[in-house]
Design a protein around this ligand. Structure first.
Ligand code: ATP
Ligand code: MG
Length: 656
């Protein structure tokens, strides 16, 4: 913990310091990936608290995912500023809604609907519209889209046409089901995910007494990833603020990747117009990535078009030179996954920690191939966001045991006062049959072990941050994290979609499936949609600190027709493409490596033996193991929402 407020400012560059010390009035930070935006706002809050200018409980920091919120709380604690609220828009709204419901509406807040697809099915039945399973999911997706874009049933047809949505059914029928769905929810006294924001905004708008109460509580607002704020979230922020302007926003217009939910970088780019006199700070020093990675990121942005691109800032790497990005072309997708697994195995064997490696893909459906390849190679992995960590049976059981030990500690030889916190936790867990060495293999037993290992790691981190913490403090921390679904990092290679990788960083990043049809994805048709896909790739590239592996496959399955080509976004940037060759004379540094399935000639990337045991099929949304054949095909359980867009999952998952 820094010993003074000024010490909090050490480790910030002059522009970041400006952000950290401008504690009054509106502040806007426009800056590229890895320039320390998140760091600057975290230190800003800590500085304000340590200097006695900000009351911790009067600050509300809004981040994009629960994980980011949890990380921010952790950092704040390390900087000596515990007690600040760091939440997502949804979790902040949910808290307020729960608190004010009795006063605003009466009774307690309705239950959150847990079988949404079933509710849509019932609504369709009430309208005498028959939907098969696929249609049901698609219609559910359309309803979700309507709600996040604040489209009421009567406007659906027009709005969907305007947005160029490919409606799965006659739009008039969808509008009808949507209206019936809203009625059914009311009848059954349940609300859905989207209602949480809609209702909170409605209450704050209608009830001035309640809005005043919220305003009395929060005096200072900080928003990370502001380029992806939706009009509804913006409205909520304005209601929280009232006529005050103690608001600090940070964002990168080139990382706008949630447009499909109505998010727009306009609020970020127009901040100065809406807040005359705002302090505007630009950061260009990239502290995250090597010059090689930054070069590729800048190259991608140089080809970007549109409003976000007009505001791009060229990044300047502050790190020493590293390796060139590696580009690999594979014959088919399983070979691509095996090639990645092979390289990951080599990295792990050479001492790179698994937690420093990520495989990032465009759609969640791609993850199965990678899960399989990693499982076959015996590499532990974790799906970002896909598991509800605190709901796992072994984690629940461990929580009960730890709680018991915290209460009755000392009775057992379990827990000498002199023993440090991680050892106490290990002792409790060993009472639950946990061993310190991981079990062989990669099945369910290993998964359970990984969960408990994650708890021990969490205890270690917690004890390091708070040396005097007791077991009871740790239990309180676990409860808080469980409430926010902020899972500790499981020691394993991260598998994540590009959407959920936002804001995060790893030493080694594998960007896979960088082929036409995947990036841009086939359904990106308009120029704006294609530009958003380019930004998604930019987000992916900028997650890497030093090693970047970019790959694509020419065919989908082994023996399939090789009808794919590398993503157009790499044209002129990857070795071997026309402009790159003419620019450097002999193709960009490196060259393209080629990986083939077994049996083909000229294997340069050896592939792991073909699959031996299948990894359990799991729901892309909630992580539940699937057994139903239909569900396995969709890779999603019946209860989870439709695949309107993969990225919406990330928000839903994160919140659930
Ligand atoms: P993104 O756009 O991806 O969210 P960001 O702008 O929020 O990125 P951070 O995550 O805050 O960037 O910082 C990127 C990395 O650079 C982090 O590892 C952070 O600790 C480091 N960093 C930021 N500022 C500095 C600095 N002044 N000195 C050293 N390291 C820094
Ligand atoms: Mg950030």
């Amino acid at each position: 913990v820094p010993d003074s407020a000024d010490a909090v400012l050490e480790g910030l560059d002059p522009e970041q310091r400006e952000v950290a010390t401008a504690l009054h009035g509106p502040v806007c930070v426009l800056a590229g990936a890895g320039t320390g935006k998140t760091r600057a706002i975290t230190h800003r809050i800590a500085y304000g608290v340590r200097a006695g200018i900000l009351q911790p409980s009067s600050v509300l920091a809004v981040t994009f995912t629960n994980r980011a919120a949890g990380e921010m709380r952790g950092r704040l604690r390390q900087l000596g500023a515990a007690g600040v609220q760091a939440r997502t828009f949804h979790s902040a709204a949910l808290r307020q809604l729960q608190y004010f419901w009795p006063k605003a509406v009466g009774g307690s807040m309705p239950r959150l609907v847990d079988r949404k697809v079933q509710l849509v099915a019932d609504a369709a039945a009430a309208c005498r519209i028959r939907l098969d399973r696929g249609e049901l999911r698609d219609v559910t997706g359309e309803i979700e889209w309507s709600k996040v874009t604040q489209t009421v049933p009567s406007d659906y047809t027009l709005a969907a046409a305007k947005a160029g949505r490919e409606a799965p059914r006659d739009p008039a029928e969808i509008a009808q089901v949507y209206a019936a769905y809203e009625d059914l929810k009311r009848d059954r006294a349940v609300i859905d995910f989207e209602d949480v924001l809609l209702l909170t905004v409605a209450i704050l708008q209608d009830r001035h007494d309640i809005a005043d109460q919220v305003r009395a509580q929060y005096q200072h607002f900080v928003v990370d990833e502001y380029q992806d704020v939706s009009p509804l979230q913006q409205r909520m922020l304005e209601l929280w603020l009232g006529d005050r302007d103690n608001l600090c926003v940070v964002g990168d217009a080139s990382q706008t990747i949630y447009s499909f939910t109505g998010a727009t970088p306009d609020y970020l780019l127009d901040f100065r117009t809406r807040h005359p006199g705002a302090t505007v700070v630009k950061l260009v020093r990239d502290y995250r990535s090597t010059p090689q990675v930054v070069h590729l990121a800048n190259g991608l942005l140089a080809q970007a078009r549109g409003r976000a691109a007009d505001h791009r800032l060229e990044l300047v790497s502050q790190r020493p030179a590293g390796p060139e990005p590696v580009y690999t072309e594979y014959t088919d997708e399983p070979a691509e996954a095996e090639g990645a697994a092979h390289r990951i195995r080599e990295l792990l064997d050479s001492g790179v920690p698994a937690s420093e490696i990520a495989v990032l893909f465009r759609t969640n459906a791609q993850s199965e191939t990678y899960e399989q390849a990693l499982a076959d190679a015996g590499i532990p992995y974790q799906l970002r966001g896909a598991e509800r960590f605190f709901d796992r049976p072994e984690v629940r059981k461990a929580g009960i045991a730890l709680r018991g030990a915290a209460r009755f500690g000392g009775n057992d030889s379990l827990l000498d006062e002199a023993v440090d916190l991680p050892s106490q936790v290990r002792a409790v867990l060993s009472g639950e049959g946990w061993t310190t060495t991981p079990p062989a293999g990669s099945g369910a037993v290993r998964e359970r072990w990984e969960s408990l290992a994650a708890l021990v790691n969490l205890a270690q981190d917690f004890a390091a941050a708070q040396p005097r913490a007791t077991l009871a403090d740790l239990v309180a921390e676990l409860d808080e994290r469980a409430g926010a679904q902020h899972a500790p990092t499981v020691q394993g290679v991260t598998l994540a979609s590009l959407h959920s990788a936002k804001g995060l960083e790893w030493d080694v990043v594998f960007l896979v499936g960088v082929a036409e049809g995947m990036m841009p994805i086939t359904y990106a048709k308009t120029d704006e949609q294609v530009e958003e896909e380019r930004r998604l790739l930019y987000v992916g590239v900028t997650r890497a600190r030093s090693h970047l592996h970019v790959s694509w496959a020419l065919a989908r399955s082994p023996g399939g027709r090789p009808n794919r080509r590398p993503s157009r976004f790499l044209d002129g940037l990857r070795p071997g493409s026309a402009a790159a060759a003419s620019r450097t004379g002999a193709g960009a540094a490196g060259g393209i490596e080629r990986g083939y399935s077994r049996g083909a000639n000229g294997t340069s990337v050896p592939v792991a033996p073909r699959r031996t045991q299948r990894a359990p099929a799991r729901c892309r949304v909630c992580g539940r193991t699937l057994t139903d054949a239909g569900e396995m095909k969709l890779m999603r359980c019946e209860d989870c929402p439709s695949d309107m867009d993969e990225a919406l999952y990330e928000r839903l998952r994160d919140w659930r």
